[in-house]
Write a protein that binds this ligand. Sequence first.
Ligand code: S3P
Length: 172
Amino acid sequence: MSNLSVFLVGPMGAGKTTIGRILAEILGLEFKDSDKVIEDRSGADIPWIFDIEGEEGFRNRETGVLQELALESNLVLATGGGIVVREENRLCLRQAGTVVYLTADIDQLVERTYRDKKRPLLQVDEPEQKIRELIDVREPLYQEVADFTVKTDGRGPRTVALEIARLLQDSH
Ligand code: S3P
């Protein structure tokens, strides 16, 4: 596969980072995680950025990093769960490569993000309710950008990564 980037989108807890790393290894591509790039660039972690700059400040950084990484090729990029909220990001994703939407049932997402302190949007009294609200808003946006949708429920990351690799190969 030449000159191609793969973008993994989906909610917090879908496994984008873990699966993305394995997928990159299988495809022989470089792996990056947009949250990690944002943290490296700013020298601060995501909760700190939300604290000081608010969600808007974080989203601005996220858009900047996406636009920059979209210029690269041969990359597997795990994106943050909210990247699809901005229309300019959705356009960018669709133009810059193949987009894979990783889904999971709400129960799984809740379980995988349980007691998480690193995700500012889930530091609320009822994180499960928050996850439901975010999914309601974002599900159509994930669908809008996705070339492929892959369910991750009850499956190991390697199995999912191999399925994605197969889908990508079949489509070329
Ligand atoms: C967010 C998801 C997080 C991170 C930030 C906001 C969101 O990424 O970008 O906390 O809005 O859903 P992960 O999906 O990797 O947890």
